[in-house]
Design a protein around this ligand. Sequence first.
Ligand code: FAD
Length: 468
Amino acid sequence: MSEKKYELAVVGGGPGGYVAAIKAGQMGKDVLLIEKEAIGGTCLNWGCIPTKAFVRSAEVFADIKDASSFGINVDGAEVDFPKVVARKDKIVSRLVKGVEHLLEANNVDTAEGEASFVDKNHLSVKNSDGEKIIEAENIIIATGSQASNLPIPGADLDGILDSRTALSMEELPDSLIVVGGGIIGMEFAFIFNNFGVDVTVLEYLDQLVTGVDTEIAEELNKSARRRRITVKTGAEVEEIKKSDGEYEVIFSQKDKKKMVSGERVLMAVGRKPYHKGLNLDKVGVETEERRGGIIVDDYLRTNIDNIYAIGDVTDKILLAHVASHQGIIAVENIFAEKHKMNYDAVPGAIFTSPEVATVGLSEEEAAEKGIDYKVGRFPFAASGKVMAMGEREGKVKIIAEKNTEKVIGAAIIGIEATDLIAELTLAVNSGLKIEALAETIHAHPTTAEVIHEAALDMLGGAIHYKAR
Ligand code: FAD
């Protein structure tokens, strides 16, 4: 038993847990962060950051292959994949060290090991040195999520990749079959396509990146095909076999049995809440039946009064910035003023080529809710900056409520979309009217001008584009 009684113990050191711990440390609380594998969690070690390191390496290679169109001749460029992996590892390690430093600087105690509940104020923490019992007034569960798999024959064949193992392959395959055309699957599809790998995507639903505004998701599908990524939607994967060193993926599409073969297969069929070994039953923390997410109220409280849950384990929106925001709100709710978590203006960023970003309602969601809305659009091809950057793909789409003219949603596909969404997130979050965007001077030439033009489009006409 540790002698110290903590005011807060946080289980899980991902972007939910470590942010919550730092926030509590800043508030002068006695806080302990327990992590069983690696500080930074999925996001820093096997998710957001390593994939973006890959995205950048792959983009550099794609740009070099296209260099002659910029008037630069380069011969003999090739991918040194072990070096790509080593660069990624270096970035991850620097960031993890940075977070460890922040925890220390904010007086957060850390414990390495797997936590499980003894009772509502005590956790057992086990590691190779033995077991320790921790006492805490309040506990935040931030144990994240894990990759789902398909319940089909061959899904667990040796060598089948998931998002984690795909980040540490020793060499690039010639061909890759990605099972799942969601966010993670599509990011990997574009990464490996940019590296020169022959990529096929099999998606069960009729649309890629489901949940994203259909018009924008269709643009992404076109961009994938333009880059010779083979995309098969409405494809139900039924079996995976291995023969002669290659994988064969059998699927049905429109009632016809089909097969694709490739050197590697990457499973990217979603993620589900993770709380294995935590012993939730011991304290009676309630979980949702279908996917096992920990049930929390708007204040991020579980059904047990001193136990909160944040991040992927709550199965709300499985994104790092949502986990972090929940972390801050939970800590404030425990130690200071109570406020609710609001999910109305959560930006989503997809690091494909071109990038996709969304916030608020899609057009389909606005229609489903019976909202009387209007839409402003602008094509990236009409932007001088986009042209100078050698791009032309993409569009921005802004949705506003007709009567109030308040911005209620937006979706972008195009270069720098994931940064551009910040302005629209502020608009949705602050309930700004479309005039606010139209009346704001945007620097020229910048990609941000596409937002200004889409706002003008909604109000009567973009200046630099007229549909024929
Ligand atoms: P996690 O980051 O999963 O952290 C949970 C931690 O809890 C883990 O470190 C785990 O070891 C620890 N843990 C679990 N059980 C115990 C226990 N019993 N005791 C002690 N420790 C325990 N999101 C974005 O916003 N942007 C992106 O670009 C993005 N890219 C992604 C790419 C990939 C390939 C993947 C897989 C995910 C990506 N995500 C992205 C999602 C993002 O990683 C998650 O939403 C985020 O990590 C969730 O944070 P979390 O703190 O809830 O959980």
